[in-house]
Design a protein around this ligand. Structure first.
Ligand SMILES: C[S@@+](CC[C@H](N)C(=O)[O-])C[C@H]1O[C@@H](n2cnc3c(N)ncnc32)[C@H](O)[C@@H]1O
Length: 357
């Protein structure tokens, strides 16, 4: 499984005579939060200057134990830093070295929001993830610390980062040729891309940071605040644009922006049988507007119900034009004997229904 370091309690400062003591509680969990890392691992808690994450003010190793449910700690930060604006990063050495190689780590680290070293000041319940992309840029995304489905990142989205790296920088296999061709075509024409169920936007923002496109990120109302914050702070590549919009699959596309798209991205959205049927209907309406639209669906198989999406896609005259499984980075644990994988399916409208030539 991929594991994510989460703040169960975001950092809080207490001043003592000589130190500014920063306390927090973390856990190392899966994306669903349903399992904890059952292995010992050494974490590093790094307190850095808010405006310059390279300025390390204080660092302390922490031991996460196989049996841990949570890890509470306090960093005694030298008093000379009182009143500074800081952030707390909790990471591992492995995470940092994997990120330097522009690969997705097996343990995703966490950055607190900015807070001041004053007595009783606690950082906001929002954290940042930083992921290095294959072109050397950093994707920075805010996530909620709460239990929302939409407002944090999911394993399949990490698989998408690996998929994009292969499509862009390695020789992509035949199974990825439709997407690889589209990506190459972005050198002469900006792609029009839609993400459905974008959550906090990791997949679409990464795409716009890697490939020249006009990206429209969509999700339910609940996700709009984090989605638009993340897209405002994004660093799309020169020539790319990012916009956000509410799009509920349960409502019709009629009345929504009348755009057409070269590519639709769908990451980890097929787990609910009812909404899967709505999702397929939205995809049908999109290809009715633009029959050449390609659809890239990536997901981590979790439920029997995932098959409902595939059955309905077949019944709706979509055909699979590419399928590839990308293994996710992981830490092998006793509840995780199979290698976690993101399965990718590229769909197009059935050839017989597509305009030829
Ligand atoms: C498991 S999350 C995946 C988020 C993101 N794509 C990722 O991979 O990190 C599923 C997303 O689908 C969205 N979603 C669920 N039902 C929806 C609907 N009817 N219309 C639009 N979005 C929906 C949720 O709000 C959530 O953001």
């Amino acid at each position: 499984m991929v594991h994510y370091i989460r703040f169960l309690r975001t950092p809080q400062c207490e001043l003592s005579k000589k130190t500014a003591d920063v306390s927090a509680v973390v856990a190392v969990q899966t994306d669903l939060g349903d399992a904890l890392l059952s292995q010992d691992v050494l974490l590093d808690a790094n307190l850095v200057e808010a405006n310059s994450s390279k300025d390390l003010l204080h660092s302390q190793p922490l031991q996460w134990q196989a049996t841990s449910r949570a890890l509470k700690f306090t960093l005694p930060c030298p008093g000379k830093y009182i009143s500074r604006s800081v952030r707390l990063q909790v990471t591992t050495k492995g995470t940092q070295s994997t990120s330097k190689q522009l690969e997705v780590p097996a343990i995703i680290d966490v950055w607190s929001s900015e807070f001041r070293l004053f007595d009783k000041v606690r950082s906001e319940p929002v954290i940042e993830r930083q992921l290095r992309l294959s072109n050397g840029t950093t994707l920075r995304l805010l996530e909620d610390t709460g239990e929302s489905i939409a407002r944090h990142i999911w394993d399949a989205s990490l698989g998408f980062l690996m998929f994009f790296a292969r499509a862009l920088f390695l020789s992509p296999p035949q199974e990825m040729s439709t997407i690889a061709k589209l990506v190459r075509s972005s050198k002469v024409r900006r792609l029009r891309v839609l993400e459905l169920g974008a959550g906090c936007g990791v997949v679409g923002i990464a795409f716009a940071q890697l490939i020249k496109c006009d990206m429209l990120l969509t999700d339910l109302e609940d996700a709009q605040e984090i989605l638009s914050t993340n897209s405002r702070h994004a660093s799309p590549m020169a020539g790319s644009t990012i916009q956000t919009e509410v799009l509920d699959w349960a409502s019709s596309l009629e009345g929504s922006s009348n755009s057409i798209f070269d590519l639709v991205l769908v990451s980890d959205c097929i787990y609910n049988p009812d909404s899967s049927l709505h999702l397929v209907e939205i995809l049908r309406q999109l290809v009715a507007r633009a029959p050449d639209t390609a659809i890239l669906v990536g997901f981590k198989r979790r439920h029997e119900a995932d098959t409902i999406f595939f059955d309905r896609m077949r019944e709706t005259n979509f055909e699979i034009v590419g399928h590839i499984d990308i293994p996710l980075p992981h830490t092998a644990t006793d509840y995780d004997s199979d290698i976690p994988t993101t399965e990718f399916y590229t769909y197009r409208q059935h050839t017989a229904l597509r305009p030829q030539g």
